[in-house]
Design a protein around this ligand. Structure first.
Ligand code: AMP
Length: 285
């Protein structure tokens, strides 16, 4: 496994691999890796000749009052885990390597960056799409792998790829959960014992929605209000949003039609930790 900090060096390496006709996969991450990340790496490795993982805690996607400084980092452990997965190349740039001292260019997928997560994190997705496009231009993979955990992010990246004719396939993989159902997240380390218990209300809220849906409820507002009511019973939980959107358009849904797929999306603060989760509602389940 080769580790690079410099754009020119990883580029040179990848150019050589492309000359040898290798297929290249790419998994962008912010590090502090868990099984969710590793599931993406395994898939990438299995479906390509060369798997590239980036680790970059991207300052541009954090708001001024967010957790950029305290975001967990453990490069040594991350590299051990990636080595175990037989990852081929790891890219760990500094903020200076990525943005220099006079960075001016931004990419924004307008409408979809302003809803849901975007209402609570107004500059977040612009930071994500800008860094992901930069990483795509550096790595130039055949395909890149993202998690459904960040469903809106994956949707926005697919939209950017479509709108800008970027020749990279985007694959989205299912959410990996802890044994009790909590979606794995690097931010779960922020939770104390009581918060960890109450954090389960997101997954239980999802299960409640799935139950209502499977019993035939098709009124999105009814499902949403039951989930909100359930989550509100937890004293450490503060809901940012619970919404149901059409999976293919991210338009808010009111009635859930047969044959269509929807995302139920949640963002809930447990103490000071903001967690997101989601599920797909469809009739095949
Ligand atoms: P992050 O390091 O949080 O930026 O995440 C890097 C990638 O891993 C993103 O595509 C995430 O959606 C994905 N990811 C994060 N958590 C999970 C999870 N629990 N299951 C599957 N994928 C995940």
């Amino acid at each position: 496994m080769k580790v690079f900090n410099s754009i020119s060096e990883i580029r040179e390496n990848l150019n050589q691999l492309r000359k040898e006709d290798k297929t290249i996969s790419f998994v962008p991450t912010m590090g502090y890796l868990h099984e969710g990340h590793l599931s993406l790496v395994r898939y990438a490795k299995k479906n390509s000749d060369v798997c590239v993982v980036s680790i970059f805690v991207n300052p541009m996607q954090f708001g001024p009052n967010e957790d950029f400084n305290k975001y967990p980092r453990d490069e040594k452990r991350d590299l051990q885990l990636l080595q175990q997965e037989n990852c081929d190349l790891v890219f760990i740039p500094s903020a200076n390597e990525m943005y220099g001292s006079d960075y001016q260019t931004f990419v924004k997928v307008k409408k979809y960056s302003e809803i849901l997560e975007g209402e609570f994190r107004p500059t977040h997705f612009e930071g994500v799409t800008t860094v992901v496009l930069k990483l795509f231009n550096i790595v130039q993979p055949h395909f890149a792998v993202f998690g459904q955990k960040d469903a809106q992010q994956a949707f926005i990246i697919q939209k950017m790829v479509d709108d800008l004719n970027i020749p990279i396939r985007i694959d989205v993989l299912p959410i990996v959960r802890e044994a009790d159902g909590l979606a794995m997240s690097s931010r779960n380390v922020y939770l104390n014992e009581e918060e960890r218990k109450q954090a389960l209300c997101l997954f239980k809220g999802i299960q409640l929605a799935e139950k209502l849906f499977n019993e035939g409820e098709r009124d999105a507002h009814k499902i949403i209000s039951e989930v909100k009511q359930f989550i509100s019973q937890h004293d450490l939980a503060k809901i940012d949003y619970v919404e149901i959107v059409d999976k293919s358009s991210f338009e808010k849904a009111t009635f859930l039609f047969e044959g269509k797929e929807y995302y139920l999306l949640l963002a809930v603060r447990i103490g000071n930790t903001r967690l997101i989760d989601n599920t797909i509602l469809n009739l095949k389940k």
